[in-house]
Design a protein around this ligand. Structure first.
Ligand SMILES: Cc1cc2nc3c(=O)[nH]c(=O)nc-3n(C[C@H](O)[C@H](O)[C@H](O)COP(=O)(O)O)c2cc1C
Length: 210
């Protein structure tokens, strides 16, 4: 009885679509992203644009750069978009990436211990969206995208001029609740910064048409 009559508003943090109901939809009807990209809009914040913008960024005030993470298992390439990436040491050169346990990328990295890391440029929102809003569990994301494999088979996607080839140190892997934090050493780096980097804020602004 307590909840009778209450209208819950869910908002898609990718395209801004709203959904009304007790639970978020299984996937977004507008942009097809997964349910975990819907957040419940607190009653006190409904219609508050600042709250909405902050939630696009995950945590208020943080605006990460976007990358593609490429993996390959049993000869099958895959890639996903990732914002939780940071450099953590220079000697040896280490990066940390936080990968959701539901993703195919997660399982691929656990098994193979290697991945390619491709920083995205300001003009590459479409790549972020394609690889970040579809799972390799449901589709071959490479049907319309060309790539070159690294020595371990990880894809370097056409148009990604800079990339890092990384090897995970499973001793320093940290299990978080929803994600695993992989620490990896950079084995090879190709850096040709030709345009400004793509940020999460750029991505969400472009996707929401603002
Ligand atoms: C802009 C953007 C940023 C993302 N950042 C992350 C992230 O930091 N970590 C993560 O696990 N997933 C992140 N994702 C979601 C994955 O890219 C998404 O779940 C993808 O479908 C996983 O693909 P896979 O199952 O083929 O590995 C992001 C998606 C987008 C669009």
């Amino acid at each position: 009885m307590a909840n009778k009559g209450i209208v819950y508003i869910w908002k898609c943090m990718v395209c801004g679509a709203k959904h009304y109901g007790k639970n978020p939809p299984a996937s977004c009807k507008k942009c097809s992203c997964e349910a975990n990209r819907y957040v419940l809009v607190p009653k006190s914040s409904q219609g508050n644009e600042e709250w909405e913008l902050q939630n696009y960024l995950g945590l208020p005030g943080l605006n990460n750069l976007l990358y593609l993470i490429g993996t390959s298992r049993k000869g099958i390439p895959n890639a996903m978009c990732c914002s939780s990436v940071t450099q953590i040491s220079f000697g040896p050169p280490l990066v940390a990436v936080a990968i959701n346990k539901n993703t195919l990328t997660h399982d691929n990295i656990k098994e193979t211990g290697v991945f390619s890391l491709m920083p995205l440029g300001r003009s590459q929102t479409k790549l972020a969206h394609h690889f970040g809003r579809n799972s390799g569990r449901q589709m071959d994301k490479f049907v319309d995208y060309k790539y070159q494999p690294t020595s371990t088979g990880c894809p370097i996607i056409e148009g990604c001029d800079s990339y890092y080839h990384c090897q995970v140190d499973h001793h320093t892997t940290i299990e978080l609740a929803s994600h695993t934090l992989f620490v990896a050493q950079i084995l090879e780096a190709v850096v040709k910064a030709s345009e400004p980097p793509l940020t999460y804020l750029d991505y969400t602004r472009e996707m929401s048409g603002s």
